[in-house]
Design a protein around this ligand. Structure first.
Ligand code: AMP
Ligand code: MG
Length: 487
């Protein structure tokens, strides 16, 4: 375990120089205090969880204090937002404080979001509000607990600093951890500003730091692109399997490492709805739940375009072609497991699609359905779940197919089936209304609810005594919260 001042910095991105980022100091927020910290994320930096309670911790992650070896930098990037190219984005309110190595030799970027204005702030105030910081914190740690690749969150620090959104709110900062903060938009920036040398420097950096295995391939850039395609296909398969809606899949919010990145108005599905739009500002539904799959491909083609100086169009096209089949394979594999199936049959896709259609028609709670399916034998579970469906005939027909399908896997022990299914079907999900309750309390100075919710979500597959209310269907108001981009 390390003390806070013992972190080992090695600021590799800083060494790329001023064409890639600008040196900016964080602007402190007033009366900083710990809202919530993640012991699991602290462990990634070898920090003892108890240091979160020290004044130094709040000072470091609110811009009041800086490590001697940290060189804070705002990165420059661009990107396609809602389908249109924006030539200049960049860290407008976040800073890469520095890069840290842990004792296991793992590398972590420390990114402080809400750290004040930078040369890339455009019209923005450089701040993040408490509400959005809590949402990002909870989502990062909840996704990680669901085994979905994501940036991590170390802590949220609250303050008295006023900020103006639709109304006056308070500023907060969140400390985000990731092995890299390079986005698709980084490559687009150097491509569209026609600076192939710097783009190559960036590509070589990413290859050396994150994809060293690709350097041994005959075409390292192509191998890297293939990795990005594979990782994103798997990531989006996991989002779809667990009902996660990102909300703002702009190319500047897509990680080169294929991890969930830059949380805005995200949501986990309550009722299953393929057309669900979680972002109140997304009028066209470009980033609706089911559109995430083709948008993943669209974003990868935007990255491919930016890589045309280095890779032939033919090779890029062929590699892009891997995305959909890979997505399908991962998705079906995960959904088979969620259904408690251990073998593969040709008709499994059909079985799954007809279930989702029935769930859609009857507004069935997506997460609880799968959890309950594993609680009892297939026959018992079907009998119990039937009440949630409006189209009883349709569900009965599906139930028969499902029971027959399970029985073709051979006799099985119900206890084993339950354990296997519960290990992939969470009982606790970050529902919007749960986040909202925690935010309402935190805005009144009570951080106990956000801390409790974080603890529950850190162990989503295990039943936790006394936490039954977190595993219930949401109240009606909780399904209709309007979450916008404003954060
Ligand atoms: P986001 O929607 O958080 O992914 O942000 C999109 C772009 O807007 C990024 O370049 C952000 O840095 C920038 N941005 C968002 N909010 C602010 C803000 N309050 N102040 C300055 N820049 C911001
Ligand atoms: Mg962003």
């Amino acid at each position: 375990m390390k003390a806070l001042d013992e972190l080992t910095f090695d600021n590799r991105f800083d060494r790329l120089g001023d064409a890639f980022s600008a040196h900016v100091l964080p602007e402190p927020i007033d009366n900083p205090r710990l809202v919530v910290a993640s012991p699991a994320a602290m462990a990634l930096l070898d920090l003892d969880p108890s240091v979160a309670e020290t004044p130094e911790f709040a000072e470091l992650f609110s811009g009041h204090k800086l490590w001697a070896d940290a060189i804070p930098r705002a990165m420059v990037y661009s990107g396609h937002q809602f389908g249109s190219y924006n030539p200049q984005l960049g860290d407008g309110r976040g800073l890469l404080l520095g890069e840290v190595y842990n004792e296991a030799g793992e590398h972590w970027d420390l990114h402080l979001k809400g750290a004040g204005q930078t040369p890339f702030s455009r019209m923005g105030d450089g701040r993040a509000v408490l509400r959005s910081s809590i949402r990002e914190f909870l989502a990062s740690e909840a996704l990680n607990a669901l085994n979905i690749p994501t940036t991590r969150a170390l802590c949220v620090i609250g303050s008295d600093t006023p900020v103006w959104r639709e109304k006056q709110e308070r500023a907060a900062m969140i400390l985000r951890l990731a092995p890299s903060h390079v986005r698709f938009g980084h490559f687009e920036y150097f491509y569209y500003t026609k600076r192939p040398e710097q783009q190559k420097e960036l590509g070589d950096h990413v290859l050396a730091m994150h994809f060293p295995q690709c350097l041994e391939q005959p075409e390292p850039y192509l191998a890297m692109f293939r990795e990005v395609v594979e990782r994103n296909a798997e990531l989006i398969a996991k989002w779809q399997a667990y009902g996660f809606c990102h909300g703002v899949m702009n190319t500047d919010n897509m990680s080169i490492l294929g991890i969930t990145f830059d949380f805005g108005p995200f949501a986990f599905l309550d009722d299953f709805d393929a057309n669900f739009i979680c972002n109140h500002s997304d009028d066209q539904g470009r980033y609706s739940f089911s559109n995430q799959v083709p948008i993943g491909q669209w974003n990868l083609s935007a990255l491919a375009q930016a890589l045309t100086p280095f890779i032939s169009v033919e090779a890029l096209r062929e590699t892009l072609g891997l995305y959909l089949p890979l997505f399908q394979a991962h998705y079906l594999d995960l959904m088979r497991r969620r259904l408690g199936l251990t073998t593969a049959e040709d008709d499994d896709q059909k079985l799954l699609e007809s279930l989702l259609q029935l769930m859609q028609n009857s507004s069935v709670d997506y997460s609880l359905f799968f959890r309950r399916l594993g609680d009892q034998t297939p026959e018992q579970a079907i009998t119990r779940l039937r009440d949630d469906f409006v189209d009883l005939k349709g569900f009965d027909a599906w139930g028969e197919l499902y029971v027959a399908r399970v029985s073709r896997e051979g006799t099985l022990d119900q206890e084993q089936r339950r354990q296997r299914m519960h290990a992939v079907n969470p009982l606790y999900i970050l529902r919007n209304y749960l986040a909202q309750n925690a935010i309402d309390a935190a805005q009144n100075g009570d951080y106990s609810e956000v801390r409790r919710l974080h603890t529950v979500l850190s162990n989503p597959f295990e039943e936790q005594p006394g936490m039954e209310s977190y595993a219930e269907r949401p109240p009606e108001w909780g399904k209709h919260l309007e979450i916008s981009c404003s954060s």
